[in-house]
Every structure is written in C-alpha cells, then in structure tokens.
Design a binder for this molecule. Sequence first.
Ligand code: GDP
Ligand code: MG
Length: 442
Amino acid sequence: LSSRLSGVLDKLTKQGALSEADVSTALREVRVALLEADVSLAVARNFVTAVQQKATGQAVTKSVTPGQQVVKIVHDELVAVLAGDNPEPGRLRIDSPPAPIMMVGLQGSGKTTTTAKLAKRLSEREGKKVLMASLDTSRPAAMEQLAVLGRQIGVDTLPIVVGQDPVAIAKRAKSQAALGGYDVYLLDTAGRLHVNDELMAEVEAVRDIAKPHETILVVDGLTGQDAVNVAEQFDGRIGISGVVLTRMDGDGRGGAALSMRAVTGKPIKFVGLGEKMDALEEFHPERVAGRILGMGDIVSLVEKARETIEAEEAERMMKRFQKGRFDMNDLAGQLNQMLKLGGMQGIMGMMPGMGKLSKQMEASGFDDRVIKRQIAIINSMTKKERKLPDLMQASRKKRVAAGAGVEVSEVNKLLKMHRQMADMMKKMGKMGKKGMMRGALS
Ligand code: GDP
Ligand code: MG
C-alpha cells in the first residue's frame, strides 16, 4: 500500500469531509493492498464491502481527518475479523485425558514441526504429559523426523512399527496414551502435495478412531489463494477446530490469515515464526492486521488517529506528569498498552529485517511474559502503594512478590524502573507537550 493509499488519503484530508465517494476511493486502494498481501479475491471484495457500509454510515469525527478515519475503520474491522470470537488464541481444548489432538494439512505446510512445537509448549508451559505419534506412512523419514524432534524437546513419541497403516497407528497411540497416563496425544497425519480423495479418506478414518478434541489445520501463511481452497476442503470434509499459520517469519504479508478467518470462521490459534522449536506464538490479531495493511505507514497513520482521539487523555496525563506524578497506575496503563500491541518483541519480529533486534531484546529478558508479570506485581499492590510505591517496606515487597508469584528481586526491578520513568516524565513534562508525547510513546 501505501504510497498510493497515502496519496489518496492526503486528498481526502484536504476536502475535510467523509462522503461516500471519498470512502469508495480509499477502499479501492485498500482492496488492492489486500490483494497484494495475498488475501483471496472474494474475501477482499467482501471485506471492503462490509467496511464501505460501516464507514459511510459514520459521522465524521471532529478530531481526526477523514482519511485517517477511514484507515482506522479498516484497521479496526480487520482486527475484529481476524480476532473473531477467540478469547484465548493460545489455548487448546484438552477435555479429559488422554485428549487427542489431530494435526492436518498439506505436505510441507509445517505439520510435523508444528506438532513438536505444540507438544513442547504443552509440556513446558502447561505441565502436560504429552505423547506424539506420526501417522505419515508415505515416507519412512517422516516418522523418524518426529522421533528426532521428540528427543530434542524431551517429549515421548510412539514407537515406530514398520508396516502399520495410519488407522492402526492411531489406535495404538490411543491405547498407549491411556495406558501411559498421558494428558494429551498429538497425531501428526500424513499430507499430500494437493488435497485429494485418498488423503481425505485417510484423515477421516483417523478422525473416526481418535475422535479428536481439537483438529488443527496447519497452513503455510505464505500461500494465498491456495490456502483458502485447502481450508475449505479440510473444514468441509474433516471439520477443523482451529488453524496454525506457519512461515509468518517470512517476507509475505500474511493475507492468508484473513482469508482463513473469512472462509472457515475458525480461530487462528498460533503462528509459526521459524524452524526452531520455540518459534511458535499465540496469534495476535493486531500484529497481523498491521502487517496485512503494510506495517509502517498504515499503522502509524492509525496510531496518529488514535493519538488524536486520545489527545484529551494525554493532556490529562501530561498535567499529572508536569506535577511530577507518575504512579504505578500510570505505569500499568503503559504496560497494558504495550501488551495490546503484542509487545515490542512481536512488533519488531514482524518487521522485515528487525528479527535480529527482536532477538536481542528477547535475550535481555524483555518480552510479553515479563510485561505480564510486571502488571501482576502492580495488581498485587494496595491502592496506597500504587500511588506511593517508594514507601513500600521489605515485608510488603515480599507479600506483593508472593501475591504476583514472582521473586522479590523482580518487584525491586519494577520499582526501580518506575522511579527512572517517573524522573524522566518529570523532565519531559517540564519540556512541554511535544517532548512529553514523544517520551510517553517511545
Ligand atoms: P510437513 O510436511 O507438513 O510435516 O512439514 P514439516 O514440518 O516437515 O516442515 C517443512 C519445512 O518447513 C521444514 O524445513 C520446517 O523446518 C519448515 N518450517 C515449518 N514451520 C516453519 C515456520 O514457521 N517458519 C519457517 N521459516 N519454516 C518452517
Ligand atoms: Mg510431516
């Protein structure tokens, strides 16, 4: 997008009114942007139509330009469609152990890799006892691949028995999972280069044996129109419960995510961000929306609109800062804002060429988990402590740490960070509005 779209938006700005024609002009460019991001034609068309109806119905907001308003509507709608009714993108349903999870998808989509990544996550983060089984009888190396990954991440795999068909292996996995006291077992089904009847019949037979609690479709996030056909066929015949988009670390803009949501209506649970076993992240709609629209300019435009809309709030904050007031509630607000954007690391990871920087930040321990723990610490403080954190005694720090489930050292770190920020805010406040805005947003 977006020099073209920006140009159109500039024109809108000059007219200063949000007419139906204005919206149409801007949305024509949005449609092109979606297609360039590999969103399927039909999905792009429907999306734009839906936004058109929403946008033209809306009154012009006084504080933003019409162009910014259209972009914001597009962006928010995109986030809404991507998010859907998916309150917990990073969770899989594990009803009663042993819970079967069936992984499906085309060959090369990243099924086996994702199976192992999920197994690692379930075992490490959720403390589940996990068993993996490869049902890929088409290539002997495929089963060995899963066994190797299993050893690497310390997760059990079903012993390989040569000559068994996928259904027999599924049965064996099921009984082994029950006998071995596993919480969950993952079935890595065989793929084909294209969807065909043989593949579907095989997966169907496995499904009927395992009765999976989750059926996860693994799709290459770099494939455009193809991804839609694949999703339609798997969902139609097998029935899927969620999607994992792989290769979102690549250069593509990830339009498949929107197509996937629009066509199947199923939640996107995770995205794959590399070949390594840790390179799996829960799905963040805001990030992917920004990426589909072309990260840099569009999102900054949207941010600008948001800034203007929230200017009053900023004004209020600024007055507080000028008086040297930046308490724990203010800090919690800033941290929540970062989480909403998916954390710094995620934002960076999504930007081409920024992967290295994001890794450095990861190494320095700056990621979503840290932010979440910091928020938990603030939540564990009393009202008074949040206003005057410097008065906290050692015994209170201990209590707060226990309440948040962290070490006392982490509480101290947060208090120190707050002190530094409060000092900075005070200085910025004295420098006036412009300095403050930059400071608060950086
Ligand atoms: P399968 O045939 O569906 O089981 O696919 P595999 O799991 O064997 O993956 C095929 C190739 O894609 C392997 O080289 C993987 O390392 C690679 N791969 C899988 N997921 C990702 C990802 O999220 N990002 C990148 N860059 N490569 C991936
Ligand atoms: Mg495989």
